[in-house]
Design a protein around this ligand. Structure first.
Ligand code: IMP
Length: 502
């Protein structure tokens, strides 16, 4: 006979936090979001931690190398999408690992025989006024000169003037040598009052530019997440089909942590993938698994060797799994249940397995609730897809800017491996939709605002850390009627929505 679970399946919006005592030293500026990503034994530290509890979803429309760099800069981790050829995913991981903060590959390059008209066309295209002049016109050619807006006068210089006639030639330029550190490069910039410094190799080939304007932005990232070699930390998705090929390629590319990307993790396929990883790499490769929504699913993956367990089925904004298959669980109930199982597992084995709440975060306070209910970090798709850094197109529809956002189970992504039940290599029906989301600007600004709210709420609960929040949080269910009371009501709203980040 079927087993019936008495508790209904509930979402985050059905809960509220009650304030706890806030002492004078409990202030938002004192909140630490430090949180473990991979399992650890009692009394030890997790081998991988994050400075903020946010990860970006393993999705084509969300996590590429650009997103990964932007999020690591703020202290979180992106998991590069797995629904692409192995070599493309590995190349994205490698680009994050090879990214040198402050060192930029030149995107505006010309040959000396081109003309001012070509410079203006490039300026129009890239918006960048510093143009490298290389022997072959590529970003890696031999540097022969540089052009900035100070080298020509629009009103006087004819458009067909060859660049070699007005560029600043290499012999008159100040440049850095490959291998110099960012602070050395910045010292040269300050000493010579430059706006940019080209960095060349021993053969005079252009490698990077360091820009004065980036100096401040680099200093503004106190929480950035770096590995032992000062490179940005990045995660990567894998599937349960081609893991014997994909995992080695991602590990070679430098991925810091992997995660099995699947709509349903309580399967033999996940166990086999985890066993392969442990056989081949022992504990040196970190790998999360999921998704599950209850105690049984959690215990299965924890015992199979997962470094963290991802929780959530059917709650994603683009997800139609519950409609299509009638399977899933309200995200709040799933987290509460799995967090309880994780606590019991920790008490029994001494091993703490972090859990990630994946999908269904709509309001910023849902992040706080997920953490309070026991999640160590959250994974978001829709949230990040709205930002400049997501890989999708920004469009204007009826006067409003939007970005595209589609599910991995949609026909557009065709990520059949994510829904693999061991059968044919194809999607027989969709579990996700293709959609638009309102464009929201830069990741940095939005993450700052979201976390500012989480910090304030944590202080309302008297907590300065995530474990403290989990210990002290008082959480109540809300009635349908009191939900109405929660928003603005019984007033005529003015059409403004202004948030100031503090
Ligand atoms: P969101 O943050 O609510 O947009 O949810 C993102 C999460 O939805 C992802 O991290 C995945 O776990 C899940 N997801 C991604 N694509 C699909 C899909 O096509 N169908 C169902 N769930 C999906």
């Amino acid at each position: 006979m079927a087993r019936y679970i008495k508790e209904p399946s509930r979402t985050f919006s059905e809960y509220l936090l009650l304030p706890g005592f806030t002492s004078a030293d409990c202030q938002p500026s004192g909140v630490s979001f430090l949180t473990p990503v991979v399992k650890f034994s009692r009394g030890e530290q997790s081998a991988l931690t994050m400075n903020i509890p946010l990860t970006s979803a393993i999705m084509q429309a969300v996590s590429d190398d650009r997103m990964a760099i932007a999020l690591a800069r703020e202290g979180g981790i992106s998991f590069i999408f797995a629904s692409q050829p192995v070599e493309d995913e590995a190349a994205m991981v490698a680009r994050v690992k090879n990214y040198k903060a402050g060192f930029v590959k030149s995107d505006s390059n010309v040959r000396p025989d081109q003309t001012l008209a070509d410079i203006l066309a490039l300026l129009e295209k890239t918006g960048h006024s510093t143009v490298a002049v290389t022997d072959d016109g590529t970003a890696a050619g031999k540097l022969v000169g540089i052009v900035t807006s100070r080298d020509y006068r629009m009103s006087r210089t004819p458009l067909d003037t060859p660049i070699r006639e007005f560029m600043t030639p290499f012999e008159n330029m100040v440049y850095g040598e490959l291998g110099c550190s960012l602070s050395e490069a910045n010292d040269i910039i300050w000493e010579h009052k430059l706006n940019s410094l080209p960095v060349v190799d021993e053969n005079g080939r252009l490698e990077y530019f360091v820009f004065r304007k980036d100096y401040d932005s680099h200093k503004e990232n106190p929480l950035e997440l770096l590995d032992a070699h000062k490179r940005y930390v990045v995660g990567a998705g894998i599937n349960t089909r081609d893991y014997e090929e994909r995992i080695p390629a991602l590990v070679d590319a430098g991925a810091d942590v992997l995660c099995i990307d699947s709509s349903e993790g309580f399967t033999e396929w996940q166990k086999r993938t985890l066993e392969y990883t442990r056989r081949r790499y022992g504990d040196t490769v970190k790998i999360g698994a999921g998704n599950v929504v209850d105690k049984e699913g959690f215990l299965f993956l924890a015992e199979a060797g997962a470094d963290f367990v991802k929780v959530g089925i059917g709650g994603g904004s683009i997800c139609i799994t519950r409609e299509q298959k009638g399977i899933g669980r309200g995200q709040a109930t799933a987290i509460i249940d799995v967090a309880k199982a994780r606590g019991e597992y920790f008490a029994r084995t001494g091993v703490y397995v972090p859990i990630c709440s994946d999908g269904g975060i709509v309001y910023d306070y849902h992040v706080t609730l997920a953490l309070a209910m026991g999640a160590d970090f959250v994974m978001l798709g829709r949230y990040f897809s709205r930002f400049d850094e997501s890989p999708t197109n920004k469009l204007n529809i009826n006067g409003n800017y939007v970005k595209e956002y589609w599910g991995e189970g949609s026909n557009r992504a065709r990520n059949w491996q994510r829904y693999d039940m061991g059968g044919a290599d194809s999607l027989s029906f969709e579990e996700g939709v293709d959609s638009y989301v309102p464009y929201a600007g830069s990741l940095k600004d939005n993450v700052a605002l979201t976390l500012s709210k989480v910090r304030h709420t944590m202080c309302n609960c008297g907590a300065l850390t995530i474990p403290e929040l989990q210990e002290k949080a008082k959480i109540t269910l809300v009635s349908a009627t009191s939900l109405v009371e929660g928003g603005a009501h019984d007033v005529i709203l003015k059409d403004t929505n202004i948030n100031v980040v503090k």
